[in-house]
Design a protein around this ligand. Structure first.
Ligand code: NAD
Length: 349
């Protein structure tokens, strides 16, 4: 077995913890990339990996991303990520979640969890039975916290408007054509906000019925999932999978800007240069999609209410503007500018 620090993605992680609880069947990884700015925060993923090494790679990549995301969002938190290795049927029991909570608790607050792929707010409640280092719990109306999806969608919406201002030269989304890949929690929320503004929407989802239902609701056009990346539009908003911007797809883009909520959109570091070389405005994913983590971190810290969350999410367009201006001035790709800014903030620049 490869030692975690020999993984290419280890990248100076402070710690990588491996957990096993035989009674509940829990196998989990908690990767802590940085606690420079505060306790590491990042969601927990519940996923089946045919090769367990992929779970470690996922945890490493995602926790580094959380360091950058939290730093750029101005949160007093470091970056970490939990991954629970599910069985092929993805059986989830209260005992398994309680055991995961004990694992988190054993770290004494150095890692704070929340929802990620495969986890719900009900799961967070189960985890909270054995640790207090958990956020994304159901909350009362008006309070910070709860399901991060809608707040992420709001931040992405504000980021898309910023991209429209800069790349399309328009002050609103009215009449502007936005193509959205994936209309789940984030992409669906974004589509609704843009539709209210009178944007022209083309949408796609791997679940074709979901795309068609939303298209009917919003007066949008639904296209097959394999066509959305090549739609001619003003903005492409990836809100489904990571690694969708690669050599081949970037070459075929027909948009002025890419601004969406999906994590890790660039397949490789070289794709930052490719998108820049095509003169397509790119919104670094962890900057534009920070709304959800802002929401759950404020919940965890017990600081503030919905208004405070909204005020902080409202700073996302300004951060993007700062990155784009620096990118223009230095001719360095926006994704690289963002990474450099984040590295400086976590004391590694
Ligand atoms: P979700 O599961 O609610 O929605 C994802 C949607 O994408 C689903 O409808 C799915 O059918 C669709 N999809 C999957 N593969 C597709 C493909 N190849 N083409 C088109 N559609 C496809 O997930 P979500 O919470 O909306 O998250 C979407 C993305 O945003 C993910 O990359 C996630 O990591 C990222 N993100 C989410 C949050 C959040 O708060 N939920 C925060 C930050 C980042």
């Amino acid at each position: 077995m490869t030692a975690p620090w020999a993984y290419p993605d280890f990248d100076e992680h402070e710690a990588v913890h491996l957990f096993r609880d035989a009674a509940s069947g829990l196998t989990a990884v908690i990767a802590i990339h940085s606690t420079h700015l505060g306790p590491s925060a990042g969601g927990a993923r519940f996923w089946h990996y045919s090769d367990p090494a992929d779970a470690i790679t996922d945890a490493l990549r995602l926790s580094r991303g959380m360091s950058f995301k939290n730093a750029m969002a101005g949160l007093p938190m470091g970056g970490g990520k939990g991954v629970i290795l599910a069985d092929p049927k993805r059986t989830k029991t209260p005992e398994l979640l309680a055991a995961f909570g004990r694992s988190i608790d054993s770290l004494g607050g150095r890692y704070v969890t929340a929802e990620d792929v495969g986890m719900t707010d009900a799961d967070m409640v189960a985890i909270a039975s054995t640790t207090r280092h958990v956020s994304g719990l159901p909350v009362a109306a008006g309070s910070a916290g709860g399901d991060p999806g809608p707040t992420t969608a709001r931040g992405v919406y504000l980021g898309v408007l910023a991209a429209i201002r800069r790349a399309v030269g328009r002050d609103s989304a009215a009449g502007v054509h936005v193509a959205i890949q994936g209309v789940g929690s984030v992409g669906g929320g974004l589509a609704r906000l843009l539709a209210k503004d009178g944007a022209k929407l083309t949408i796609a989802d791997a679940d074709d019925r979901r795309a068609r239902a939303m298209a009917a609701e919003l007066g949008a056009i639904a296209v097959p999932a394999n066509e959305i990346m090549t739609v001619e539009a003003d903005v492409l908003s990836p809100c489904a999978l990571g690694a969708i911007l690669d050599e081949r797809s970037i070459e075929r883009l027909r948009v002025a800007a890419v601004a969406g909520g999906a994590n890790n959109q660039l397949a490789t570091p070289a794709d930052a240069d490719r998108i820049h070389a095509r003169n397509i405005l790119y919104a670094p994913d962890y900057v534009i999609n920070a709304g959800g983590i802002i929401n759950v971190v404020l919940e965890y810290l017990g600081q503030g209410d919905r208004a405070e969350v909204d005020a902080r999410v409202g700073q996302i367009p300004g951060r993007l503007e700062a990155i784009w201006s620096e990118s223009d001035a230095s001719r360095v790709p926006a994704a690289v500018v963002a990474d450099r800014m984040a590295m400086k903030l976590i004391g590694r620049g």
